[in-house]
Design a binder for this molecule. Structure first.
Ligand code: NAD
Length: 295
């Protein structure tokens, strides 16, 4: 069993670390907020007083942090992971961050002789708790081979998407599709309402025809047709509008840097900004239908 350092024990990181404990690994956790490591300790984990203590002597270090700057600080900072980890250690960054930072930090890791992957996830807090996350992984074959058995304890689907940064690229491309498709489905229901078309009838037809997509059939933004969708519980998140906005902004930064034309992605990002600014940042992202009705 591996000695694993886990840095960033928030909504996602804590249950992921708990699943590694359940699998029999020795897990040492660190978070800037003191409450989170104590919850890990209650589950049988160890707690580190500073970042470096969650890296020193570890076979594997997993990070689950809010954004690119946190990832740079944790890995590259004074007394951070690179400064304290042992030779041959494997680092797995599961945070959703910009492609450029992922490539830069993995590049620094390889210069220092470490193996490192970007491995963002989809599946949300439920997937983290149930160990059913999807991991989209970027990095070398050697790093992937060492990390795969660890990732399998936290997720169900593990895809090696390509070289460093490919995991982040896959994540933001997927979530750009999701943001755009949720707006498309929402606009269709708003138009149907105005045209006097019953929402269930639109669902029955569209879910079986060319308008079919995940935003329609799994996460339908109107209450009724899909009883498990957040629309049936007043848009309690799920996946918040703030998180969708974060991912759409990352997609637009990447599109700009790569010279890709993504006009619908840009519009989706602007609409989610307005929806979040209307005081709904903490609601589920499918609640954008209410913003579209009113705008
Ligand atoms: P969160 O805010 O609940 O957790 C982040 C944790 O990192 C916090 O506990 C915070 O105290 C800690 N942290 C911040 N800076 C730190 C540092 N320097 N050292 C140690 N700990 C530090 O966020 P989350 O919901 O767990 O999300 C984590 C990542 O996963 C984000 O990148 C997010 O975009 C991504 N993600 C989240 C979801 C979701 O549904 N919550 C789904 C997919 C991906």
């Amino acid at each position: 069993m591996a000695k694993i350092g886990f840095i960033g024990l928030g909504n996602m990181g804590l249950p992921m670390a708990q699943n590694l404990l359940k699998a029999g690994h020795e897990v040492t956790g660190f978070d800037v907020s003191p409450a989170a490591p104590s919850k890990l300790a209650e589950a049988g984990g160890k707690t580190a007083k500073e970042i470096g203590d969650a890296a020193a002597g570890m076979d594997v270090v997993v990070t689950m942090l809010p954004a690119g700057q946190h990832v740079r600080d944790v890995y590259l900072g004074n007394g951070g992971v690179f400064a304290r980890a042992k030779p041959g250690a494997v680092f797995i960054d599961c945070s959703t961050i910009d492609v450029e930072t992922a490539r830069a930090v993995i590049g620094e890791a390889s210069k220092k002789g470490f193996l490192m992957l970007d491995a963002p996830v989809s599946g949300g807090v439920g997937g983290a708790q149930g160990g059913t996350l999807t991991f989209m992984v970027g990095g070398s074959d050697a790093a992937f081979a060492k990390a795969q058995p660890i990732l399998e304890k936290m997720g169900k689907t593990i895809v090696h998407a390509g070289a460093a940064g490919a995991g982040q690229a896959a994540k933001i491309c997927n979530n750009m599709i999701l943001g755009i498709s949720m707006i498309a489905v929402s606009e269709a229901f708003v138009l149907a309402e105005k045209l006097g078309l019953d929402k269930q009838k639109l669902f029955d037809i569209s879910s079986k025809s060319s308008g079919q997509c995940w935003s329609m059939t799994t996460y339908c933004p109107v209450p009724g047709p899909v009883p498990t969708s957040p629309a049936n519980r007043d848009y309690a998140a799920g996946f918040t509008a703030a998180m969708m906005l974060k991912d759409l902004k990352l997609s637009q930064e990447a599109a700009k840097a790569a010279g890709a034309s993504t006009p619908l992605g840009a519009n989706a990002s602007a609409l989610y900004q307005k929806y979040a600014d209307s005081g709904e940042a903490g609601k589920d992202f499918s609640g954008i239908i209410n913003y579209l009705r009113g705008s």
